[in-house]
Design a protein around this ligand. Sequence first.
Ligand code: NG1
Length: 544
Amino acid sequence: MAAELPIPIYTNLNDLYANLGTTLNHAERWNTLVEEFEKRYGRKPEYIARAPGRINVIGEHIDYALFGVLPTAVERDILIACAPRSPAKDKEEAYGEVVANNTHPKYTESQFVPEKKAHSSMFKGISDSEPGEDVVHVEQWHLDIDTSQLRWESYIKAGYYGVLNNFFAPADTDAKPVPMDMLVSGNLPSGSGLSSSAAMVVGSTLAFLAANGKLEDANLTKGRLVEIAVENEKRVGVNSGGMDQAASVISQPGSVLYITFYPKLSATPTSLPPRAVLVVANSLVVADKAVSAKWCYNLRVVETLVGARILARHLGVKLDDKEKVTYREVVGRLAEEKKGEEAGKGGGMEESRLKEAIQLVLNEVDHLKGRDEKDGEGVSMEEMIELSGLTADAFNELYLSWVEVEADNFKLYRRAKHVLSEALRVLEFSDICQKGESETVLQELGTLMNESHKSCNDEFDCSCPELNELTELARQSGAYGSRLTGAGWGGCCVSLVAEDEVESFLQKMKAGYGRFKDLEGEALSEALFATRPSSGACVFKYTE
Ligand code: NG1
């Protein structure tokens, strides 16, 4: 299983990229980073951690419903060069001190030292005969992370946190993280839906593990690194579904990754036809996800969860009043999925049964319409609470106490149509990939991508006019299919293009999209580029 493999450590770039052409494309950037590190710190780095960004080929807004998704790493990445320093003997407090720099001039130097802080926890009495609560003082590692503003070093600190709290027991006085110097260089455009933040956190986690000699830890699998990175990213204030970190860590060249989150994290590489190239085009519309979360991302999460509860009740699926059941769990319970079975493509059941069960739930989505709802305009808060079968207090506690949402109507029916049909498209897409290479295969994959985009636009309302224009232009310019990738409301689209068509496709896209016309050189290649499924995160170890 891909998630159970160890983190790869390379001493040769050729092995890392597994392709001479790709190695040559990237070698200069690696050399420049090493030279720059030497200039700043007076010695060579000992390690370079690499973590790529990702695109989602298909399966949008369904990771938080716990359905499988099909992302892959892109070639663009974050590189973090680092080397431990010997701590001065008389400077005990310098253990763990970090000097972090970034090759991008807009990001200034940052220095920080983790502290051990006493943390008070309330524990229940140890035995039943000793009721009550005891206050226990435990030490925890602490680093200041300012989540009120976007700072590049917050992602570095977030990675450090996970390494400290998972690999250096605070109570152990001998457990001392090394002081270290690091230099970060990235060619992933930020804020464009390619998950540069997940790449930063994964890269930073790996750099701290490497410098502290923890990479060979027997329990450190790729899956474990994903779990730590998801936890770490929450420290920067993002509650993501897990897709981005899994894609950055587990991806393999030439394959998209079928990632499931239920019953447990599992990742199955699925080969794309050899002629298939993915082209990323940035709409250059910046979606400020944090600001719009209450009527966009977070609202979709709530609409999806409430819809799952209402359909579960309608279908007679068992659930308790305090459970935020997801659509994937409803589907599993309906099909009497066995817990603890080996997670494969169908999770705890055969793939064909999973598809049937999703279709069964999809057939019932009309039940999510309000009394007078005709065109999918949604239901009021009062009607939604009534349909959920909960009291207003219980509903608020379960669905609204942890997240801020704002809406007049809740579009439960249309959201369900998207989520369930998209889950089926993902399974279909990966089945078609098994058929190998042919024109028909490429066309069928493209059709699924187009349907996915239509569903994102029509049912999930997560596209925008520019993304619709760009995906339409891509289809007219020769793509088999094109769809928005990532959360949407701006950011990038991904198109499936035949290898021999890529050059003319890129030209047509540049000429056809107004916002590309004035872009040249690096600015253009950041906004419009071809990529193949690339390898996941790794560490390069310097041997001389
Ligand atoms: P972006 O915003 O593209 O990184 C977000 C979520 C994903 C997933 C997609 C929609 C974060 C960090 N990531 O992706 O988990 O839900 O939207 O498919 O919020």
